[in-house]
Write a protein that binds this ligand. Sequence first.
Ligand SMILES: NC(=O)c1ccc[n+]([C@@H]2O[C@H](COP(=O)([O-])OP(=O)(O)OC[C@H]3O[C@@H](n4cnc5c(N)ncnc54)[C@H](OP(=O)(O)O)[C@@H]3O)[C@@H](O)[C@H]2O)c1
Length: 183
Amino acid sequence: MHALVIGGTGMLRAATVGVSGRGYVVSALSRRERRLERVVAEAPGEVDTYSLDYREADALTEAIDTATAARGAVTMVLAWIHGSATEAPLAIARQVAKGRTIRYLHVRGSAAADPSNKGAGPRAAFEGLPGICYEEIILGFVRGRSRARWLTHSEISAGVLGVVDAPALRTIVGVVSPWDARP
Ligand SMILES: NC(=O)c1ccc[n+]([C@@H]2O[C@H](COP(=O)([O-])OP(=O)(O)OC[C@H]3O[C@@H](n4cnc5c(N)ncnc54)[C@H](OP(=O)(O)O)[C@@H]3O)[C@@H](O)[C@H]2O)c1
């Protein structure tokens, strides 16, 4: 099993380590080498690191090709990609889709659940690719008695690992309603 983890060295660090603990060989891709090395140090299994900016399409393509050549076909993608790289999530899916079943866990910010956003969302584009099983994970917030707060890193990583363990088409970590109650 080969997991390609993009943007997994920040709030998702524990999730990346957890994916390794579940028996995946991990190819971790983000910019800062020190943070990547921290994942390598904490992970129980093998982690290859690719230090690059995912907004650079050619570098991204080359890294995925290298990872595939080194570790075999990607079986799961875990992607947390900022809106500054609009093309990257689907470009990655296109590159890894070869007709075999591939889980694509797409972590998205709470704006993905904004009820004023009437767009169809990215699911259809992903599901149009051969073999891609698209699993959307939306990060919500936590409601308290008097006020709401954003999720902690550990809540976010635990929520993501819950999906790794139990595939689901759409998961909300925390809550997104009532929308007006968000922090
Ligand atoms: N609903 C919620 O509760 C919610 C939702 C979203 C965010 N948040 C919070 O917001 C905070 C900030 O989120 P964040 O995404 O900035 O933090 P983050 O998860 O700490 O960082 C984003 C990840 O993507 C990588 N990355 C960022 N830009 C990249 C690029 N251009 N190319 C390649 N890799 C890139 C980062 O590593 P490098 O910087 O080394 O590249 C890191 O691995 C989080 O700490 C989280 O608590 C909360």
